[in-house]
Ligand binder design. Structure first.
Ligand SMILES: Cc1cc2nc3c(=O)[nH]c(=O)nc-3n(C[C@H](O)[C@H](O)[C@H](O)COP(=O)(O)OP(=O)(O)OC[C@H]3O[C@@H](n4cnc5c(N)ncnc54)[C@H](O)[C@@H]3O)c2cc1C
Length: 439
């Protein structure tokens, strides 16, 4: 079922459109893709053929070779899976809105998925403004559509949780796959072969072997998580020496797996509550922040208690100060922090618990909170496959007090929550973690 709340229609008269075009950008998958199923429905109802396109741009902010490699693996998988449903996927290079509008010049309708970052919103606005036909945006990456959960920026998890929970039953419904009636339509446009060597991108960050992109791989990981890890998720998820988390965040980021499908797959499991708290409440709190706050990628919208307390302590003596390069190269006195930085650099993902510690220490070891913020965002986005995501913007800001509450006042942090090495030692075998990611 596709709820009306997922759909935004920009009606425009089109003259004898010859096909329906599905522009895939955020939801890079065939399973549980509401935009895809909506497009299939429309094509069937209009008795028109359907094709899909993906526009490859080297202008996506802060994406480098590591991210593109993962995405290209997923796109290959997407093309094959769409083909099995009788839908051709065309690849184009260039500026996404321009290419989409050009491919849509004889369309009756353009259907597109939804993204929440600034650039994703800009592209969709541009398509809506310049396309010669009806344009429909279909949200498929939130369990409860963001504006349905709340119409304003939420303060913290405790304020959004009841709002999401009230809507959950309504949105926790399966999405049936529709059979396309006119299959294998090949439009009269050229499709290029995705070739990473053609892109003018930052190649300094190497691809990783730990994760292979694509919806088939994501489905496999979800299966392993349910069969082997979910039982102990609550107990072990904060122990970075155990492989107890799902590992799904890169796949969720690239739209290779649907949070709704994931939720439906785990929800009847007796141990799913804390996993669903992360997957739905925490993640959709981050989406809420990015959607309602144009300043999501800077520190300006920290709540006054957090901004003020950090400011009051800006002149506090810092025992250790590290440059960006020293942090990037994991050259601090703290071997646990260095291990976390190396984990991110070498695997493309840092354990969730270490991410909190990692961000907090950057605040302690840089001259100002602003410098700490820029450093943390930059390193996270550069090396994490799941970086450049609402979760990353909210996660880094959480280290500065966003979505949190005041704690006992102390140096540098003021009332912002603090974490220390002794705390790590109480939680898990730190030496074992350090030895996993030795220099
Ligand atoms: C400083 C910092 C930076 C972070 N940067 C990112 C980032 O760039 N991208 C990213 O996806 N997450 C980020 N997080 C949130 C969290 O650490 C990761 O989502 C999680 O570790 C991903 O691993 P997983 O998929 O194995 O998680 P699991 O524990 O298996 O959780 C399943 C899913 O729930 C969601 N989730 C889990 N924890 C959180 C959380 N705290 N907030 C929001 N959603 C959550 C994610 O979508 C995750 O894939 C950051 C957190 C911090 C403190």
């Amino acid at each position: 079922m596709i709820h009306d709340e997922r759909v935004v229609i920009l009606n425009k008269p089109s003259e004898n459109g010859k096909y329906v075009l599905l522009w895939i950008q955020q939801s890079q998958r065939t399973r549980y893709n509401h935009a895809l199923e909506f497009a299939v429905n429309q094509a069937n109802a209009l008795k028109l053929p359907l094709f899909a396109c993906f526009v490859i741009t080297d202008g996506f902010p802060n994406a480098n070779l590591r991210h593109y490699t993962f995405m290209f693996e997923g796109l290959e998988n997407l093309k094959l899976n769409l083909k099995q449903r009788g839908i051709n996927l065309l690849f184009r290079y260039g500026n996404p809105p321009e290419e989409v509008v050009s491919l849509g010049k004889n369309a009756e309708m353009i259907v597109m998925d939804r993204g929440y970052l600034r650039v994703q919103k800009q592209w969709r606005r541009e398509v809506g403004r310049t396309a010669p036909c009806t344009v429909v945006q279909v949200e498929s990456d939130a369990v409860v559509p963001v504006e349905t959960a709340s119409t304003k920026e939420e303060f913290a998890a405790y304020t959004i949780r009841p709002k999401i929970n009230r809507q959950l039953d309504k949105f926790l419904v399966p999405l049936e796959q529709r059979e396309l009636k006119i299959k294998d339509f090949m439009p009269d446009f050229e499709s290029c072969v995705p070739d990473i060597t053609k892109l003018n991108i930052d190649r300094s960050v190497s691809p990783v072997k730990s994760f292979t992109g694509g919806e088939d791989e994501a489905a496999k990981l979800l299966g392993i998580f349910i069969d082997e890890k979910l039982d102990d998720y609550d107990k072990l998820r904060n122990d970075p020496t155990k492989d107890a988390q799902s590992g799904l965040s890169p796949y969720i980021h690239f739209g290779n797996i649907s949070p709704l499908e994931t939720t439906l797959a785990v929800k009847d499991h007796p141990a799913s509550a804390s996993f669903l708290e992360e997957l739905i409440v925490r993640r959709e709190l981050a989406m809420n922040m990015v959607n309602f706050n144009a300043e999501y990628d800077n520190m300006k919208h920290l709540h006054p208690w957090a901004a003020n307390t950090l400011n009051e302590h800006v002149k506090d003596v810092r025992t250790y100060i590290y440059t960006y390069e020293e942090l990037e190269n994991a050259e601090t006195h703290d071997e646990a922090w260095n291990a976390a930085q190396r984990e991110m650099r070498s695997t493309g993902k840092m354990h969730g618990y270490m991410r909190m510690y990692w961000g907090k220490k950057i605040i302690e070891w840089t001259e100002t909170p602003e410098e700490a913020y820029r450093t943390a965002i930059s390193l996270n986005d550069k090396y994490s496959l799941d970086g450049r995501d609402p979760n990353g913007f909210a996660g880094v800001l959480w280290c500065f007090g966003k979505h949190d509450r005041p704690w006992q006042e102390r140096a540098i942090f003021g009332k912002v929550r603090y974490m220390n090495f002794a705390g790590l030692k109480r939680k898990f075998d730190v030496e074992s973690y350090i030895s996993k990611f030795k220099a």
